[in-house]
Design a protein around this ligand. Structure first.
Ligand SMILES: Cc1cc2nc3c(=O)[nH]c(=O)nc-3n(C[C@H](O)[C@H](O)[C@H](O)COP(=O)(O)OP(=O)(O)OC[C@H]3O[C@@H](n4cnc5c(N)ncnc54)[C@H](O)[C@@H]3O)c2cc1C
Length: 448
């Protein structure tokens, strides 16, 4: 084990205000640093709690974000606080876990040290990198400047403000909008694109019918653009077909085989030269690890910048460094050559596996390869409509799929308070569905 550094204190004692203080390197106890409090990082820490280690979990947000429900925040169905939970609250009672709020900017794998943006650093004996991915614009000109991504809680809040702001603007000045009403363009027909398209359509309906915004529903539309042959490409063909039919029947204009060449302040330009004017362009075009901390690790990287991993999820030549979740090209296991998809279950299982390998290393045992236990995929399309593709190929659709989707998301949502609030919120909206926090909580004073 290497010498301790900034993560110092005496284990088992108390500080001046009576809080337990923790040594990050008491004799005989390894220091484990986990970077990232997403699904993967939380799962790793939860399975390290009972190990003879001192854990420091670092994140530049002081909360965990439940990304699968971000689209509901963006479309004013849920509040930001309903899908986020403070990391300190999650691990507040754990004697061997401390939280460090900060952005990790580099890892010196030789010196076993993580440098933080605020000038601090953390020495480690074992490291778990769980920094996730980030929005991938894939070099489409104008996309990062003019479209709205949906990856963080901040993105969801910004998008909500912008969408609601554009709806109000259309009420006040319909003449400013092409065709007299706003068009919402969603780029990318994966789960996020499908989910937000359905939710935007519902928000439009509520804005007109309930909030009495003066927007012509015949002219206002949601357009979903997908470059590939079908929606939900990770799902089975019949799930994709169901998503397509359901969205179309509800009024979303879905255009397949339609790659976007450029995003401008006025809308999108397609590769065939056609332009679609848009009040809002939502970017759901995919994610990449390029540009994140994991991309800077001195190891080979695969497609989308994902870190190439050994079968036990460690990094080649550094058995003390593990990469888990979206950041890593997590191997599926002996039966399949390609890496696992970047989904929550992979993050949870890989985080748990890395923690167990650390336990095995400490016990002097050989590490074991990771094997993904595929529990299926889900995407919701709107009220009473979702697809749940279960293990073995069984597909649940419609209300059954929707109920399965609701139940599963409640189970995995972090925090008892959040589960209760979201359940009540969904139930309330089920009975009286136009309700929802349609608040523009922006710097309105700065607006003209
Ligand atoms: C909009 C959206 C919807 C999704 N819906 C679904 C779904 O329905 N079902 C599903 O299975 N999956 C879904 N996913 C994918 C799923 O959310 C991810 O696979 C999962 O969150 C990956 O977990 P992770 O821990 O690897 O990364 P993340 O959850 O991204 O967590 C990474 C953490 O690391 C922190 N971090 C990053 N860099 C640093 C740094 N340098 N220093 C300190 N902290 C850092 C971040 O703040 C973050 O807290 C969705 C993703 C998105 C974006």
């Amino acid at each position: 084990m290497s010498g301790g550094e900034t993560n110092h204190a005496e284990q088992g004692t108390e500080d001046r205000v009576g809080r337990p203080t923790l040594s990050c390197h008491p004799e005989g106890v390894d220091r484990v640093v986990v970077i990232g409090a997403g699904f993967a990082g939380l799962s790793a820490v939860r399975h390290l709690q009972d190990q003879p280690v001192q854990v420091t979990i670092v994140d530049h947000h002081n909360f965990h974000t439940f990304q699968p429900l971000l689209y509901q925040v963006a479309t004013a169905g849920l509040d930001p606080a309903d899908v986020a939970y403070p990391v300190r609250t999650i691990f507040g009672r754990e004697h061997n876990v401390v939280f460090r709020h900060g952005r990790a900017v580099s890892v010196d794998v030789g010196a076993r040290r993580v440098a933080l943006a605020d000038g601090g650093s953390l020495d480690y004996d074992r490291l778990v990198v769980a920094t996730g991915a980030t929005t991938g614009y894939f070099a489409v000109p104008g996309a990062s400047e003019h479209s709205f991504p949906l990856y963080t809680l901040g993105d969801a809040r910004r998008l909500r403000n912008h969408v609601l702001g554009r709806l109000e603007a259309a009420d006040a000045h319909p003449e400013d909008f092409d065709g007299g009403a706003p068009t919402f363009v969603v780029v990318g027909g994966g789960a996020t694109g499908v989910e937000i398209s359905g939710a935007l359509l519902e928000l439009l309906a509520v804005s007109v019918l309930r909030d009495r915004l003066r927007i012509d529903p015949e002219r206002s539309k949601v357009v979903l653009l997908e470059a590939g042959e079908r929606l939900l490409p990770g799902f089975e063909q019949k799930a994709s077909a169901y998503a397509y039919q359901t969205l179309c029947s509800r009024g979303v204009e879905v255009r397949l085989r339609t790659p976007v060449a450029e995003v401008t302040a006025l809308g999108v330009r397609l590769r065939d030269g056609e332009s679609i004017p848009a009040a809002v362009v939502v970017w759901a075009g995919g994610v990449t690890v390029d540009g994140t901390l994991a991309a800077s690790l001195p190891t080979p990287h695969g497609k989308g910048g994902r870190v190439a991993l050994e079968p036990d999820l460690s990094v080649a030549g550094h058995p003390e460094v593990f990469v888990v979740g979206d950041a890593g090209a997590v191997p599926w296991g002996p039966r399949r050559a390609e890496p696992c998809p970047q989904v929550a279950q992979v993050a949870i299982q890989s985080g748990r596996h890395a923690a167990r390998q650390i336990g095995r290393q400490l016990a002097g045992l050989p590490t074991t390869p990771f094997a993904y236990h595929d529990k299926g995929l889900m995407a919701t399309i709107g009220r009473h409509a979702a697809v749940a593709q279960l293990r073995g190929g069984l597909i649940l659709r419609g209300t059954l799929g929707w109920l399965a989707w609701l139940g599963l998301h409640l189970v995995y949502l972090v925090g008892f308070r959040n589960r209760v609030v979201v359940l009540v919120n969904w139930w309330w909206r089920y009975l009286d569905w136009p309700s929802g926090p349609r608040l523009i909580v922006a710097d309105v004073d700065a607006d003209p």
